[in-house]
Design a protein around this ligand. Structure first.
Ligand SMILES: NC(=O)c1ccc[n+]([C@@H]2O[C@H](COP(=O)([O-])OP(=O)(O)OC[C@H]3O[C@@H](n4cnc5c(N)ncnc54)[C@H](OP(=O)(O)O)[C@@H]3O)[C@@H](O)[C@H]2O)c1
Length: 251
């Protein structure tokens, strides 16, 4: 396992739990590698030389921007090498290894925050059929939801995930800050947020949409924008999303 961040932490624990031995954690900073190795019984090092590795698979669980840089420094001989990125093309491995692939778990991971991995969709891709079989087996040890996607489709899924997860989360962060500034308990909103997610699971989100923009109630929208005159960022978000809702329902 190259990397000892969020995704490396989850994959190392999950594989170890499910009978896949992680031989060694390799990380630039030694301390996170040492910690993860102690938790899972792996060896650890900050030495990136893997040319004599007899591990079947090397997983590059590092920042997208570091993948190319690390690949320039290592020599892969017999092992299959994988990355875990949603937006890095499979071709990044071309000329660097004979057998390579992608294992991209579509979930938001943070170290020490538990996730039910059996429900996490894992998008896989490989240099050849045999390698694809190996990655499918590997991914299947930790999840029941394996999807074969090429790099182009994986990037689209990643982009969709950024909008659905990161942007929704950011809207909630901004909303909570706004309530806090006005000395209102943010817990008041929790049942509404929970219901938003429940409704998406049960119904078509298109039909679940409510609110002033859905009703095209311009008076309320203008009033809200007036109230937000001291909150320029929130005001811009409010306007952009309201305009998008109106355009969607009143084409
Ligand atoms: N977290 C998620 O929710 C998630 C989900 C799916 C896929 N992914 C993908 O998984 C990959 C890792 O994400 P992450 O969330 O685990 O990131 P992270 O927690 O920030 O960890 C980044 C890891 O990359 C290493 N690294 C960064 N720059 C490096 C460099 N120049 N040379 C060598 N190592 C370097 C870091 O080492 P140091 O400890 O030495 O800094 C650390 O081990 C990314 O491609 C990401 O897109 C993440």
């Amino acid at each position: 396992m190259i990397g000892a961040g969020n995704i490396a932490w989850h994959l190392t624990h999950e594989f170890t739990k499910n009978g896949i031995r992680i031989d060694k954690i390799i990380n630039r900073n030694i301390e996170p590698a040492r910690k993860l190795a102690l938790e899972t019984g792996a060896a650890f090092t900050n030495d990136f030389s893997v040319s004599n590795s007899d591990s079947d698979i090397i997983i590059l669980a590092i920042n997208d921007s570091a993948i190319k840089h690390v690949l320039e420094r290592i020599n892969v001989s017999n092992s299959i090498i994988l990355h875990t990125s949603g937006s890095t093309d499979l071709e990044i491995f071309k000329g660097k290894a004979n057998r390579y692939g992608v294992l991209y778990p579509l979930q938001s991971f943070t170290k020490y925050v538990p996730v039910d991995f059996s429900k996490v969709p894992i998008c896989i891709e490989a240099s050849d059929k045999h390698t694809l079989g190996v990655i499918m087996y590997l991914a299947g040890t930790i999840s029941k939801r394996i999807h074969i996607l090429n790099s182009e489709k994986r990037q689209i899924v990643h982009l969709a995930g950024v909008i659905a997860n990161n942007f929704t989360n950011h809207l909630i962060v901004k909303t909570f800050d706004y309530l806090e500034k006005n000395k209102i308990d943010k817990q008041l909103l929790m049942p509404l947020i929970e219901e938003t997610i429940n409704k998406i699971e049960k119904d078509n989100p298109c039909e679940a949409q409510t609110g002033p923009a859905r009703r095209k109630d311009i008076n309320i929208i203008e009033n809200h924008l007036k109230i937000l005159h001291n909150e320029p960022e929130l005001k811009d978000l409010y306007k952009v999303i309201s305009d998008s809702i109106i355009a969607y329902y009143y084409k």
